[in-house]
Design a protein around this ligand. Structure first.
Ligand SMILES: Nc1nc2c(ncn2[C@@H]2O[C@H](COP(=O)(O)OP(=O)(O)O)[C@@H](O)[C@H]2O)c(=O)[nH]1
Ligand SMILES: [Mg+2]
Length: 476
């Protein structure tokens, strides 16, 4: 569920905007004269028969007994901009980026004009007033914390938040933004892989033994690793055999298809008995703390109540750092202090989460690999204790690995997976590394789903990962 309880689909814009126009006219006593070429607002359609599910408006609100709340921005004598914005939104392509451009037109920095315009958009979309206010308040707090004020500084963040809150992340618009980001993040990797592949393709008339050998070398150079590279090449040879043609012109398509296959997530039950408990594991420095903050932030933007628990009790500074992040993103926080037993932290954090109705617990853990045996024993104990407190917990263990460490990421995955089992991997710092081939290596060697990748240090830089986008970003 998105942050906004009532909105199901942004694309239901026409009917909502028509209603908004009607409401606007009723409230202001003004008839908006339609712009030339614009159809006048149609009569409100009669409600569909009860047994026929309305195809678009999933949650058509029952006819309100009382008129919708009148907010200051749309009541009284509405300023000119409201009419023109409304009409512009009606005409616009139903895309979040386009809408945002209209909302931000003429606004160059954060301030009353922006809040008013956001509020106006939410009203048109029938977002419950309290939730709209909460969204705006959170965003304003973030702007203040980050000391951002001009639109270019926060525009992307605003779009990310809207996409999460309105559940639009899967829409084409937001996906193409992600693709651009991924593509930019993978630039160095692309240089090491793609350019060489281009060379390979232009220097071979057929995909023969020489071709495959050279490809293997390219893959190894890009940190895919020896064995995964062999496996990948064999799979590609298979595809070539099946296709019946050795023409290098089809190579990219075959590679894309194979990458998609490699990253295809296994179907699994994701529903859990709340609160969902997620154990975050990984060695120091990989970006565990910031990833916890980013995950918390995402979940909160999606309307979940999040508790962050400080299970890395080895250093007081780690606890403090996590607390600062929790405060920044507005999540709940639980800690017991330096040197407390991490299992006890987990146990009590779950207690708190159950008592206070949290949806999600993100449990930080220590990452001192120097004391490998102790660390693994500690993690196993946390798992046992969580399960005693709350059936099924931890529901997931997520390993955070740093893409820039190349083959080290492989050995870390192996160690953690053997000791405690890894359900998901988040690969950080994919931006700016030429070792992006590690993504492929991990997927081939362990078959553990890579659910997110880190593409930078900002909150919006943690993005869902899928093989199709990766292949496209890498090869286009
Ligand atoms: N460029 C980039 N930096 C990141 C990313 N994720 C984390 N970092 C940075 O990596 C450093 C270590 O992060 P931290 O969360 O403290 O690591 P921890 O020791 O595993 O908890 C910090 O400076 C983060 O800002 C990412 O995806 N990209
Ligand atoms: Mg940390």
């Amino acid at each position: 569920m998105g942050l906004f309880s009532k909105i199901k689909k942004f694309w239901d814009v026409d009917s909502k905007l028509d209603e908004a126009v009607a409401r606007y006219q009723a409230e202001t006593g003004q008839a908006t004269s339609p712009a030339p070429g614009l159809a006048p607002a149609p009569e409100p359609a009669p409600p569909p028969p009860a047994e026929v599910a309305a195809p678009v408006r999933v949650e058509a609100p029952a006819a309100p007994a009382t008129p919708p709340p009148v907010r200051p921005a749309t009541s009284e004598i509405a300023p000119e901009w409201q009419t023109s914005l409304l009409l512009a939104l009606r005409e616009a392509e139903p895309k979040l980026s386009v809408w945002l451009s209209l909302i931000l037109a003429g606004v160059d920095k954060a301030g009353p004009a922006l809040w008013e315009r956001l509020e106006f958009l939410f009203t048109a979309l029938e977002v419950p007033a309290a939730e709209a206010q909460e969204f705006i308040a959170r965003f304003r707090k973030w702007l203040a914390d980050m000391e951002y004020s001009s639109v270019p500084e926060f525009r992307s963040e605003l779009q990310y938040r809207l996409a999460l809150a309105l559940e639009l992340e899967d829409e084409e618009d937001e996906r193409s933004r992600l693709l651009l980001k991924l593509s930019a993040g993978l630039e160095k990797t692309r240089e090491t892989i793609t350019r060489r592949i281009e060379g390979l393709l232009s220097s071979h008339a057929a995909m023969d033994e020489g071709f495959w050998q050279e490809l293997e070398e390219i893959l190894i150079m890009a940190d895919v690793g020896f064995e995964p590279a062999m496996k990948l090449v064999n799979a590609l040879k298979d595809r070539v055999r099946k296709s019946g043609s050795k023409d290098p012109a089809q190579f990219k398509e075959l590679l894309k298809a194979e990458l998609e296959e490699i990253f295809k997530p296994a179907k699994r039950i994701t529903a859990v008995n709340p609160p969902e408990v997620v154990m975050m594991i990984g060695v120091n420095g990989v970006g565990k703390t910031t990833t916890i903050a980013k995950l918390a932030y995402r979940a909160m933007m999606q309307g979940r109540k999040v508790l962050i628990a400080a299970g890395d009790t080895f250093r007081a500074a780690a606890i403090e750092q996590l607390e600062i992040w929790a405060r920044r993103v507005g999540a709940g926080f639980f800690a017991k202090g330096e040197n407390a037993d991490p299992a006890a932290v987990a146990f009590e954090a779950i207690d708190k989460a159950i008592a206070e109705g949290y949806d999600l617990v993100l449990l930080d853990t220590a990452g001192r690999l120097q004391t490998k045996v102790n660390l693994m024993e500690e993690l196993k104990k946390i798992e046992r204790v969580c399960g005693k407190k709350h059936a099924g917990a931890p529901h997931r263990s997520i390993l955070v690995v740093d893409a820039t460490t190349g083959q080290n990421a492989m050995s870390q995955t192996k160690i953690f997976n053997e000791a405690v089992g890894v359900d998901e991997i988040i690969l950080t710092k994919l931006d700016g590394t030429s070792k992006g081939g590690i993504v492929v290596a991990i997927a081939i060697e362990f078959g553990i789903p890579i659910t997110f990748v880190g593409l930078g240090e900002k909150m919006e830089d943690l993005r869902p990962f899928n093989g199709k986008d990766f292949a496209q970003a890498l090869l286009s």
